[in-house]
Design a protein around this ligand. Sequence first.
Ligand code: G6P
Ligand code: ZN
Length: 543
Amino acid sequence: MLQTISTQPFLDQQPGTSGLRKKVSVFQQPHYLENFVQSIFDSLKEFARKTLVVGGDGRYYNRTAVQIILKMAAANGFGRVLVGRDGILSTPAASCIIRKNQAFGGIILSASHNPGGVKGDFGIKYNSGNGGPALESLTEAIFARSQTIQVYKILAATDVDLNKVGLTKLGEMAVEVIDSVNDYAQLLESLFDCDRIRELLTNGRFRLSIDAMHAVTGAYAHRLFEQRLGATLGTVQKGESLEDFGGGHPDPNLVYAHELVARLFGDNAPDFGAAFDGDGDRNMILGRNFFVTPSDSLAVLAANAKLVPAYRAGLAGIARSMPTSQAADRVAAHLGIDCYETPTGWKYFGNLLDAGKITLCGEESFGTGSNHLREKDGVWAALFWLNILAVRQQSVAAIVQEHWQMFGRNYYTRHDYENLESDRAHALIQNLQSLMPTLRGKQFRSYQVSGCDDFSYTDPVDGSISAQQGIRLSFTNGSRIVFRLSGTGTQGATLRVYLERYEPNAAHHRLNPQAALKDLIAIAAEVAQIHAFTARATPTVIT
Ligand code: G6P
Ligand code: ZN
């Protein structure tokens, strides 16, 4: 039975960098999720009888939310929903399924790398028919709608059984429960030289270690690395998906994936390690005793793309988010292709990919991807690296060091000040904005400021403008400091300070990045008065 339920707006439903993310308890308020879902549907046009994809990373509240969304999709007139078994789809798998089935769009339930569980975070985002995150114009329309919403539509029905693959009906709407892994695994296998990767993984010498962080990629990683490519059982650690990610923080970086880091930097370390985040779109790549920064990873993948069957014909172009290091720009220049600089957020790559202007893209925030999907893709990145390793038969460290020899090294680090009082963080940014016009030409230690601006992006495809995307301080020697506030947190504000210095001389490529960037770190603190504004002596996370 179709029900039209009266409701009142919640005023805090503004999507951030990647969808709406809040504490689970916020989503559990009566009507909260329903309001947002109806605001999505009310902002879309002509979806009657079309197909919607639904799935999430399996965190706490995923099951409840999927049932609500199915009943609302039926009440709002969708013709068919494709839903992952048990309501599970990684973000890249959801993107794959939207594209493969030419669905109208999809709803992905995830708060990505934020902790889960009853006390953790939950999130929801809408992806369009190209498989990518909704553009800003749409997320703004959704937010505007959420502020005036009066009613939502939902079917009064019993829950759909999501345990088995198969077809059922919910009112007039077809519900197809699909295997969460199949289509995605097939797509990835079509891109890489799987025979050579299999040879590498089964030669008895090469050892691989994958950390799924008790999040969504467990099933995907078991299937691809162990079952399909022959890695020994046990290669995938923390492969069991848990609603609270085992109490961990499913963010694949040096701080939160510390067990994998300890393994790769310990005695008898494996040759290659990778970890993925809550919803499977982020990745961290490690070699034996070696950490590959996400910015370097993008540059190395681009420089070696011709070793991978799907990219053998060459790259159309590359894109990176503004705070990501300029290592990829050097590869693009060498290849004679364009390198685009976009604001933080995967959604900004969508138009460039759709228009065929780029093939690869990446972000410093542990995201890498290509035109095979419209989301970043963790497992894809690990397979890309394995393909390169299988062909080049060198270690990860040797490949990256050779890369630096050829292109120079962009020393890079990010300092995060998490959970700041929001007023303090905004005051710091405002102060920087007011300083901006005065900084050009100024000398700090051996660094001279060549420019300072608040990054504004004009999309080369649709001409839309995204302003105030982070303050850039550039120096005459190519170094940069970027300041911006995170758009993904759910508690207080997080200041991110991104630091980068270019070093052409191979004799100076083996420094610890914190040491290599010492002067810039001090300049950042001085210019932005970080300690005065944040009342913090040190960053909470350094990556
Ligand atoms: C999510 C988005 C990324 C973005 C990242 C950083 O993971 O999908 O595209 O780079 O958040 O966001 P933040 O605003 O926290 O720096
Ligand atoms: Zn994610």
